[in-house]
Design a protein around this ligand. Structure first.
Ligand code: ARG
Ligand code: ZN
Ligand code: CA
Length: 244
């Protein structure tokens, strides 16, 4: 409708301890972040004016929370082996993955913040997984200090819509997006403004959601990334079933 993708979101909450059974407020705060970041209405969009010319504008996805499923699990820490996506393995089975985005919120061991499945994979495991301590935005939820603005989900949903890491997962690698610059590798923390790339002397886009910087220091997608996301759910794209 009007070129806007209304995307049903199912949040699967897995808790071993009572604190991991997060509040509806924490869940809603994460939906708010996704809606803001993908519409480029996030308040920190102009933290710097570097790369203003390629900032995405509204990507036109509305994330609509349709279901929250909660389950106690005996698993104390999950890993990236997808167990959280199977009831038989202490997780919750995906709900309507052809037409909905499934998000699993659970304790991920090893300090993992989250991970995603790219388009084209097994439907049973489709969606994104976010560590309970990096899910949502704000104080009061006990989130990791540097990952308390909900950007882990923004990054993972970027992958879900076929976006690659901005450094192309190799030194000066390719992310298949024309308007993102070459990055030597990932950046952590909050890099100084106008960090020069050793690939070609350009300025690295460390504020892009597809880098590894702190939540407070990533605040944009580009127009090229927006086109790649939209091509993913367009008719003929690998997630066309979302557009129905
Ligand atoms: N390490 C994770 C991944 O590669 C997510 C990193 C998210 N970064 C953040 N500032 N929240 O998918
Ligand atoms: Zn990533
Ligand atoms: Ca690029």
């Amino acid at each position: 409708v009007n070129g806007v993708l209304e995307l049903p979101v199912v949040v699967n909450v897995l808790y071993n301890t009572p604190e991991q059974n997060i509040s509806d407020r924490q869940i809603q705060s994460q939906l708010d972040v996704l809606n803001e970041d993908f519409a480029a209405t996030n308040r920190d969009l102009f933290t710097t004016n570097t790369y203003n010319d390629v900032k995405s504008g509204d990507i036109k996805i509305r994330f609509v929370l349709t279901q929250v499923i909660r389950k106690h699990t005996t698993i104390t820490a999950f890993s990236t082996n997808n167990a959280m996506k199977y009831a038989k393995r202490g997780g919750i089975d995906a709900t309507s993955p052809e037409t909905s985005l499934n998000m699993w919120v659970c304790n991920l061991g090893g300090g993992i913040l989250g991970y995603a499945q790219f388009p084209g994979g097994n439907k049973a495991t489709d969606g994104v997984v976010i560590n309970t301590l990096a899910f949502g935005r704000g104080g009061g939820f006990g989130l990791y200090t540097d990952y308390d603005l909900g950007r882990t989900a923004t990054h993972e949903v970027g992958h879900y819509f076929n976006l690659r890491h901005i450094w192309g997962d190799r030194q000066c690698g390719n992310d298949y997006v024309d308007d993102t610059p070459l990055h030597y590798t990932y950046n952590f923390g909050c890099p100084p403004a106008n960090k020069i790339s050793t690939c070609d002397g350009g300025i690295e886009m460390t504020m892009n959601y597809m880098d590894y910087t702190d939540d407070a220091c990533m605040y944009m997608f580009t127009k090229g990334q927006a086109l790649r996301v939209q091509a993913t759910y367009a008719i003929g794209g690998p997630r066309e079933s979302l557009a129905r």
